[in-house]
Design a protein around this ligand. Sequence first.
Ligand code: TMP
Length: 198
Amino acid sequence: MFISFEGLDGCGKTTQAAMLAAALELEGRTVVRVREPGGTPIGERIRELLLDGDSVIGGAAEALLYAAARAQLVDQVILPALARGEVVVADRFIDSSLAYQGVARGLGLEQVLQANELATGGLMPDITLLLELPPELAAARRGDTPPDRIESESDGFHAAVAEGFAAAAARFPERIHVVDASGPPRAVLARVREAANL
Ligand code: TMP
């Protein structure tokens, strides 16, 4: 089973991915956790390029670099784990590209889906948990750590990302479950498990 978490920077998805993975492991499942961009040696190098505040990257190149990191991850980690019958829990996948590059950067959902077709061979998560938090709350939760190239974009950009996630959820209503990410992590996890029937 392939589960992905999505949402704005600061929405708590890394915490939720870790908590869900731990809960499933306690129940005897073997879980492989991945994060995007990254999770492979090439993917981690692409991550550095993408998040470096000094990088100047056009929208198309940005979408293709995320897709390239995703292609490596699908090929080297996700497909082999799924073939072994393991659960894959991903901290971001294709919906981040739809929201950030498709909507916030203005490339359009269809173009980004097309670029990703080559990267993923059509692989989609079985279930996606979209953690929803108002952009100003997500920004506050990001705290004092220095922002990376994407985090330091304007409030307007992050509002457009939130609209992008809503557009992705409307495009894939059966796969994407919107979960209220406010409140303590344990309460959010309970909502996640209920929404995903896990
Ligand atoms: P992270 O901070 O959640 O690890 O993600 C890195 C940043 O990359 C985050 O600001 C979201 C952004 N991103 C995209 O713009 N497009 C994508 O396809 C992915 C996976 C992440």
